[in-house]
Design a protein around this ligand. Structure first.
Ligand SMILES: *Cc1c(COP(=O)(O)O)cnc(C)c1O
Length: 367
């Protein structure tokens, strides 16, 4: 690493977060650790290995590619793909023993056909759309759905699940979804289908809706110690820090403009430090002129626009030198900058801040 930009991932903290999450659950409730999109930017394999060492029950991934990467790394447990896959790729689920989310009949019938060729029974989870509007079957006409599902002799309906769009902001709608899901499970049971696993809780659902736990939960963001919303109170701490170094420093007169667009002018004579991070690394351009960093134990503001691979920092009169560490996300003593802070300043959600950190940035894993 010659360009000084790196991510530190604290795997011990990841395990501590998992422990804290498990405290919310009744004994026997299984955890699907959601590690889609390279574990929300933290790195798929190291995160998966750490969580496996803590006896995680199952992984939720975003693509068959991520599932295959876990298999190739030697993970033998259950993997659920939390998305739809085109039916021509159904065979991959059988070859790699990965569990699909079934959201339409065409896919499951292709999967059944492939499985019947080799005389196997393939487990699947059925996704129900109770109000997310993204993927899944509608809860109407359960007996017709059940009738269709029962035709597939080489499929085991191992799980059924749904997803919340507003668990952080709308209890009425979320409760309505939980009720619809409960009703659906009962009707399905009457039709003779009783899946082993029933689940709907993402991070917010898990923390704020104990009755949404059923017998499986799917936390993502809180595993990484980031909270989706202020209303979500979990005893977790950030796993990831983003760090760089000062690569250039200059003395400026009062009134010197800094960076593209000339939107920043120094308010007094002092120092401007240039730091090796930019929007191409996933540090949002919308933090231009409005975020801050930690250098040598002080907060310093960003001066002007975020460039593709640099930012400038208003060091004022403080002693800053080339080579000094810069904390972009992370903490130093009692100072901290969180993904939630950057999300708020840049008008996005913490999920986007962590998951868009470029995969080219070296990750350093501490255990
Ligand atoms: C991403 C995702 C989750 C995890 O959500 P968090 O808010 O990160 O906890 C759970 N379930 C599904 C279907 C998802 O897509």
């Amino acid at each position: 690493m010659i360009r000084p930009l790196w991510i530190e991932v604290n795997l011990k903290q990841l395990s501590r977060n998992l422990k804290a999450i498990r405290k919310h659950l009744k004994p026997g409730v299984k955890v699907v650790a959601t590690i889609k999109q390279s574990a929300y930017g933290h790195g798929l394999i190291p995160v998966a290995r750490e969580l496996s060492s803590q006896g995680i029950d199952s992984f939720g991934v975003g693509s068959i590619e991520e599932a295959i990467a876990l298999r190739e790394d030697g993970f033998g447990g259950s993997i659920l793909v939390l998305s739809a896959v085109l039916d021509k790729y159904a065979g991959f689920f059988i070859r790699y023993k990965v569990t699909p989310s079934v959201v339409d009949i065409k896919f499951i019938s292709k999967l059944n056909k492939e499985a019947s060729k080799i005389d196997e029974v393939v487990p699947v989870h059925i996704e129900m759309d109770t109000g997310m509007g993204r993927l899944g079957f509608a809860c109407r006409n359960v007996s017709s759905l059940a009738g269709q599902l029962k035709r597939f002799k080489n499929i085991k309906i191992e799980g059924v699940y749904t997803h919340f769009p507003v668990a952080d902001s709308d209890p009425d709608f979320t409760n309505y979804q939980i009720n619809s899901f409960n009703k659906f499970i009962k009707e399905l049971d009457k039709e003779g289908i009783t899946p082993d696993f029933r689940h709907c809780a993402n991070s917010t659902g898990l923390i704020n809706y104990p009755k949404a736990h059923f017998n499986m939960v799917r936390p993502g963001l809180i595993l990484y110690g980031v909270t989706p919303d202020l209303a979500v109170q979990a005893d977790v701490k950030p796993v990831l820090s983003l760090k760089s170094k000062v690569i250039f420093i200059k003395k400026v007169k009062k009134g010197t403009s800094i960076g593209y667009g000339r939107i920043f002018f120094s308010k007094c004579p002092g120092y401007i430090a240039t730091v090796a991070v930019g929007y191409a690394d996933g540090y949002p351009w919308s933090l231009s002129n409005c975020s801050r960093v930690i250098i040598n134990g002080s907060f310093l503001n960003i001066a002007g626009r975020v460039c593709m691979d640099h930012i400038m920092v208003d060091a004022g009169k403080s002693k800053v030198s080339v080579g000094d560490d810069v904390i972009l996300i992370g903490s130093y003593k009692n100072l901290k900058i969180t993904a939630e802070d950057l999300a708020q300043l840049s008008g996005t959600i913490p999920y986007e801040i962590v998951s868009r950190l470029s995969l080219k940035i070296p990750r350093i894993y501490k255990s």
